[in-house]
Write a protein that binds this ligand. Sequence first.
Ligand code: ASP
Length: 317
Amino acid sequence: MALQVQPKLIIHGGAGSSLQGKGGLVAVRSSLTEIVEEVYSLLLNGGSSADAVVKGCQLLEDNPRFNAGTGSVLQSDGQIRMSASLMDGNSGHFSGVINVARVKNPIDMALFLQSSSDRVLSDYGAAELARELQIPTHNALTDLRLHEWIQEREENFNKTMAGVVAEPEMAKNSEAGRGTIGVVALDGTGKLAAGTSTGGKGFERIGRVSDSAMPAGNYATQYAGVSCTGIGEDIIDECLAAKIVIRVSDGMSLQEAMLKSFTEANKNQRDLGAIALDANGVISYGKTCEVLLAAYHNGDSIGDTLEWNDGKLIGYC
Ligand code: ASP
């Protein structure tokens, strides 16, 4: 199939204050580069933006380095509950699952829900759907995540509320919880899609809802697509993904929309990051935190933001 436009792709493996908790620069770069290569070749072969986003999210969910799918962080009660969403900018449909457990790829459930009349399902409903779809049970727990949880909890096991209530300071200071994944793609027909998947921020209260399965954290139209990472409450307060995309849909350039939105977020002392793409093929990324683990394919070559440290709030290419 002849491509009408040059496909573009950007993915992320979370944000935070250092790369150390994720295995260091070399390891993160090679994980992200490999995934960009595989997903970009799907786009070059005529795959749709939604196909590319789902494939990219599956690969990132399956990589235990990142906090989504296998390798998800544990909540305050030691359980894993994952959330994921998919937005097809062409159909204009958002779908997702919130706090689902024991499945390998939450993004697959978001994909299934694209064509359903009920498009966002939470815990009990998501579990029922997994059963209906006969999705095999999967244990997403890794030794590393278990040890991180035990270490963080060591002094708290005696507290009466341990296991039910999140400790915000702990979650905020912990690097373990940072690492949500996301993908935004522009396909060869000029269509955009965005997907985001997470194990949450770690140590959260049972029932806490992540931004990753909300339009605040993942949004796309025919004009732009955005996937966010960082402290979900900050992302929700800024309504970041939807805000950037709507600014572009209303006529602002992606660079202007990103700069305006990140300047606001920074002023409000939010702790977050985002990746973005517009229908013209402009790739952009932004952060108010120290590090953003993003990588992209601009049609010619692969680049990443792992060493991006010029003090600016946004970058683009
Ligand atoms: N945004 C995710 C959440 O708060 C966490 C992250 O991006 O690292 O659930």
